[in-house]
Design a protein. Structure first.
Ligand SMILES: [Zn+2]
Length: 444
């Protein structure tokens, strides 16, 4: 498996820290609003990556956090007239609904800031003791000048950064580049600390949560590319100062989704909430997976319509095949032909190549072509079962799968009677049986 590592700017061979186990953490949302379809990209990408690793036999431990205390949440609580905790609960629930709606596995570990406060305070104490942070009027700041290699992840030079940040230097900070680890705060939910009553800064929570959950370095730290600077740079800096490592061996970032040519942004208002997606959410997944995760996707109606049609074609062929295997009782997971092994190899090769999902989708479409031809032609059962087995696995990995139920015996009898009636050209009976089957939810 080869993955692009933002930290080294190269595509590298992936080697997990522990054999057969992959640990992944990606930055989750600040829960004060619904998420838009651009925010859905890391959910979809890391879900796909996780399922691919599992397909290769790895055990994957994945975590993604909730920032459930933040000034944006406090502001939203005033707008909605409910408490901060109620705001957080409401949007955590909405987020998890969206995760499931997007056909992503919801079983990842979900640490929250409010459940990690003591560990955050202890971590900041260590930073202060190490001389990497200082207190100033109740606030605590990270001293960027304490880490000469600051800027490595985002390819920024510390001198240039300091110059750029000079404009915003305020008296309480030694340098404009220093960032807050703890802020004195006297509104809403607050916590006591050795420095003041206040709240933790955003950049600290992820390092602390990762350390708490994984007790050391992890394999992959991910998130949207907009988090590379300053958030991830600052995570690495703090971790280097206390644990002398860069948190993760591989820093993996997905590109953003634009609305047409413009950047999608809640403040401009050109966003589509995930919950308001008009299409099948799996068709949106397909739209994203048709681009490399490192390329910006410019979302348009035309692009979505074309993804809808493509998804429909895939889904219809899969359902038809399922129906055929179901009626004829042909399911057998052990059947595997040379042809399907070679399709699977092409699919694996695509994903091994820095998750080249566009090529993976091409393989899926090639299989769909073969299935449609075979269903219309001689119906070689061994071939169809084998193609079904690999297609099912691929659709699951990409989150394009359907949960299909096998029909019960009564339905199967009606189905066979319908086939018989058609064969005998008894069209009235055939129509009647057909309607019955449609009422029973069978896609014909
Ligand atoms: Zn983070």
């Amino acid at each position: 498996m080869r993955l692009y590592n933002t930290y080294t700017n190269t595509i590298e061979e992936f080697k997990p820290i522990k054999d057969n186990i992959v640990t992944i953490y990606y930055c989750g949302p600040t829960v004060y609003n619904y998420i838009h379809i651009g925010n859905a990209r890391p959910i979809i990408f890391f879900d796909t990556l996780k399922k691919y690793f599992e397909h290769k036999g790895y055990k994957v431990i994945m975590a993604s956090n909730f920032t459930d205390i933040n000034e944006k949440i406090l502001n939203q609580s005033k707008i909605e007239g409910i408490s901060e905790m109620e705001v957080a609960e409401k949007y955590i629930k909405a987020y998890m609904d969206d995760v499931r709606f997007l056909n992503a596995d919801d079983s990842f570990i979900k640490p929250r800031v409010t459940e990690t406060i003591q560990e955050i305070i202890d971590f900041i104490k260590e930073l202060v003791n190490a001389g990497s942070a200082y207190e100033s009027d109740g606030d605590v700041y990270y001293r960027v000048s304490s880490l000469p290699e600051y800027g490595k992840l985002s390819n920024r030079k510390i001198d240039e950064l300091i110059q750029g940040a000079r404009v915003e230097v305020r008296d309480e900070k030694e340098s404009g580049l220093d960032f807050a680890l703890w802020k004195k705060f006297d509104e809403g939910i607050t916590y006591s600390s050795p420095w003041s009553i206040g709240r933790p800064g955003w950049h600290t929570e992820c390092c602390v949560m990762i350390h708490k959950l994984f007790h050391g370095m992890i394999d992959i730290h991910g998130g949207g590319a907009d988090l590379i600077f300053p958030h991830h740079e600052n995570e690495i800096a703090q971790n280097e100062s206390v644990y002398h490592n860069r948190i993760a061996n591989y820093w993996v970032h997905n590109a953003r989704v634009n609305f047409g040519k413009e950047k999608m942004s809640k403040s401009i208002g050109n966003v589509i909430w995930v919950k308001d997606l008009k299409c099948d959410p799996r068709a949106y997944r397909l739209l994203l997976l048709k681009s490399s995760y490192r390329n910006i996707v410019s979302y348009t109606d035309e692009l979505q319509n074309s993804a809808n049609q493509e998804f429909d074609k895939i889904n219809t062929a899969f359902q038809k095949l399922f129906l055929y295997l179901d009626v004829n009782n042909l399911f057998d997971e052990n059947i595997s032909t040379e042809e399907s092994k070679s399709f699977m190899k092409r699919f694996d090769d695509a994903n091994e190549d820095d998750m080249n999902t566009p090529n993976g989708i091409t393989v899926i479409n090639d299989i769909i072509k073969e299935i449609n031809l075979e269903l219309r032609a001689s119906k070689n059962n061994e071939r169809l079962v084998s193609l079904y087995n690999i297609l099912k696995e691929m659709l699951y990995i990409y989150g394009l799968d359907s949960h299909l139920e096998r029909m019960d015996n009564d339905t199967r009898n009606i189905y066979n009677s319908w086939l018989e009636a058609r064969k005998n050209k008894d069209f009235n009976l055939a129509d009647e049986l057909r309607n019955k089957l449609i009422d029973l939810g069978i896609k014909l």
